[in-house]
Design a binder for this molecule. Structure first.
Ligand code: NAD
Ligand code: RM4
Length: 257
């Protein structure tokens, strides 16, 4: 990939105040894209830090607050993005939550919130963004954070794994609907990436060593491991990849025997 291959592009990255989303926002900005750093209420400082870092490195970014689980806030985010940055070329559906919960303790409220943020949020953002991309008439990219959890279960993730399978499936269907407009839709399936979402789990004594032992490359993933793949899918080199998913897990999934 040539440097600054995303110059003149505008990207919206949901849940970009921390973790994988933050690394994605920074990487897309390094590639020349102007970036919307979406964040939920309460993460203003973290989002400002991401924007300042990008601007300090010579890039361009703006923070926009929106709960992706709220369609009205999502519409408002996309309108505000267009007002500030003029266009939209890349949507990264990254925002997600996974409160680890035992099945017999699972409440309807927790179940619904996880569906609302992870899957319904991806629907709201994808529809709003693709309408803009369609009207621009210059194609686009929708890249969604699914998970290895789309392929395997998780005992404390019974609410979460269906959302990740759903996101992957949504990208497959949207690839058909939006391909004719030059808008490609793909998923990334990260394995175990150490971030806030699983910090309490990995803080348990011996847990990192135990899980790392199952990963052939011998380490947990980092947000940067995922950001590079997003940059590739956003690039011209990936223009014929549509409806695909890329497992980025260091070989964890295939290590069954
Ligand atoms: P994280 O907790 O560090 O980041 C999640 C981000 O989503 C945060 O910036 C948070 O503010 C944002 N967010 C949460 N609710 C939101 C809402 N309602 N509206 C807008 N933003 C919201 O976790 P992460 O690991 O960086 O997760 C990012 C994505 O990657 C998630 O979709 C997650 O499911 C997926 N993923 C993570 C892993 C992993 O091992 N960390 C593996 C597979 C997939
Ligand atoms: C992911 C996957 C990871 C887990 C996070 C919370 O999709 O299951 O292993 O750490 O969710």
């Amino acid at each position: 990939m040539t440097p600054k291959h995303l110059a003149a592009k505008v990207a919206v990255v949901t849940g970009a105040s921390r973790g994988i989303g933050r690394a994605v926002a920074s990487r897309l900005a390094q590639e020349g894209a102007r970036v919307v750093v979406n964040h939920p209420r309460g993460e203003e400082d973290a989002a400002r830090e991401v924007v300042n870092e990008i601007v300090g490195d010579g890039g361009d970014a703006v923070a926009i607050q929106a709960d992706v689980a709220d369609n009205g806030q999502v519409q408002n985010m996309i309108e505000t993005a267009i007002k500030h940055l003029g266009r939209l070329d890349i949507l990264v559906n990254n925002a997600g939550i996974c409160p680890f919960v035992e099945w017999f303790d699972m409440t309807e409220e927790i179940w619904r919130r996880v569906q609302d943020v992870n899957l319904n949020g991806a629907f709201y953002c994808s529809q709003a963004a693709s309408r803009v991309m369609r009207d621009q008439g210059q194609g686009g990219r929708i890249i969604s954070m699914s998970s290895i959890s789309a392929l395997v279960g998780g005992g404390f993730q019974t609410h979460y794994t269906p959302t990740k399978a759903g996101i992957r499936s949504l990208m497959q269907s949207l690839a058909i609907v939006l391909g004719p407009y030059g808008i490609t839709c793909n998923s990334i399936l990260p394995g175990a990436i150490l971030t806030d979402i699983n910090r309490a789990y990995f803080d348990q004594p011996g847990q990192i060593q135990k899980d790392t032992g199952r990963i052939p490359v011998g380490r947990l993933g980092t947000p940067k491991d995922i950001a590079g793949v997003v940059a590739f899918l956003a690039s011209e080199d990936a223009s014929y990849i549509n409806g695909a998913d890329i497992l980025v897990d260091g070989g964890l999934f295939v290590n069954l025997q």
